[in-house]
Design a protein. Structure first.
Length: 181
């Protein structure tokens, strides 16, 4: 059965964006080694699951990008979870407006590789609350933001996790991979 993998950039203090709503990462921390890893990660999956806001940002940026990662982002199937989005022009995109748990269950039953969530914090939190995340890949950036939006913001439920892998990049970014215990 296909799994749902959440891949999220976070600061050391757990923020996914700063208080002005920007992803305030040191862009120098995203080097060729990390870009190769993103390409590898995209090669492990055959679908991106996105919330509306992340979809709109990605659909605006990725179609004009070039290179291996851009080719994968533009070519992969994308499912946007939204009750308000009426159309999706980005190649290989469909809108899922029904019950989230039912939509995920149907996607899991389809043949294929695993599915990846990039960003989409509110959508990811919905899936966390429903117990639908199979793996958490937290890209911890070597920065303390001090304020902003947290991945686990307003999250009251306990999720016990088991660390299954780590990867440290020369830039100081660490990927911590967890699965529900």
């Amino acid at each position: 059965m296909r799994e749902v993998i959440l891949s999220m950039f976070v600061s050391v203090d757990g923020y996914i964006e700063n208080s002005t709503g920007q992803q305030d990462w040191n862009i120098d921390a995203f080097d060729d080694e990390m870009e190769r890893h993103v390409g590898e990660q995209l090669g492990e999956v055959d679908a991106l699951l996105l919330g509306r806001r992340t979809y709109e940002l990605f659909a605006q940026a990725w179609p004009t990008e070039t290179g291996e990662v851009a080719d994968k982002m533009n070519g992969i199937d994308k499912v946007v979870f939204s009750r308000t989005l009426k159309s999706a022009a980005w190649h290989n995109t469909r809108i899922a407006a029904g019950d989230v748990a039912e939509e995920i269950a149907e996607l899991r039953r389809l043949p294929g590789k695993d599915m990846l969530i990039y960003g989409s914090a509110e959508f990811a939190r919905d899936l966390m609350r429903l117990g639908l995340i199979d793996e958490y890949r937290l890209w911890v950036h070597p920065v303390v933001l001090g304020d902003g939006k947290q991945l686990f913001e307003n999250f009251k439920d306990r999720i016990d996790l088991k660390l299954v892998d780590t990867r440290v990049f020369d830039t100081g970014v660490c990927i911590l991979r967890y699965r529900p215990a």
